[in-house]
Design a protein. Structure first.
Length: 201
């Protein structure tokens, strides 16, 4: 995969396009929405818990607010760290595990949002094992993702050992050391470096 740092001249949001998505693709997109609540905005996560059913039925006002808030949150992060040297890495919550799932299972077999959803739960459980996150908040994440129709566990056929080679090729690896995005509370997260093999397993 190749990425580039070029900002758009304009952004068009057409809510009618969402009506063309199959339910599985809509759910996949909601994984990234839920991510914003976990990493940056606890009040938005609370709102998602209260309004998820409206989003799933593509309620116009609910969807408009949801998209606007996600754009605001991402814009704040990108404005502070355009080239992803620090803060912007928070946007990758769940992606280190998720990219490993996508690579191991074959791209397209798991949608990106599905892999990220499972990855966010793995990150929450890792943070729990490190004593930084409560089991009650992990359960809130699991409940919301489940309601959205998203997986909360990785593929059964993928062993813990299968993740590591992919994770060590992650773009966030620095000087050979893995860095994970870990939630500290709903609405707060950090980039953490270190040896995570035991906590991740």
């Amino acid at each position: 995969m190749i990425g580039a740092f070029y900002q758009p001249a304009s952004v068009v949001v057409d809510l009618d396009c969402l009506k063309t998505l199959p339910p599985r693709e809509l759910a996949s997109g909601l994984a990234e929405v839920i991510k914003y609540g976990i990493i940056l905005d606890g009040a938005f996560f609370n709102w998602l818990e209260e309004n998820l059913d409206a989003l799933l039925r593509l309620d116009g006002p609910a969807m408009a607010y949801c998209i606007r808030r996600c754009c605001e949150l991402k814009a704040e992060v990108v404005a502070a760290d355009e080239r992803e040297t620090g803060l912007r890495a928070l946007l990758n919550l769940g992606h280190t595990f998720g990219h490993a799932i996508e690579a191991e299972m074959g791209y397209g077999n798991w949608l990106h949002g599905e892999a990220v959803a499972a990855g966010m739960v793995m990150a929450a459980r890792t943070s729990e094992r490190l004593g930084q996150f409560s089991s009650a908040e992990t359960q809130r994440i699991i409940t919301l993702l489940t309601r959205a129709g998203l997986p909360v566990n990785g593929p059964r056929e993928m062993s813990a050992q299968a993740y590591l080679p992919h994770m060590l090729r992650d773009k966030k690896v620095l000087a050979g050391e893995m860095r994970l995005i870990l939630p500290l509370a709903i609405g707060k997260s950090e980039v953490r470096s270190g040896r995570f093999a035991r906590a991740c397993s």
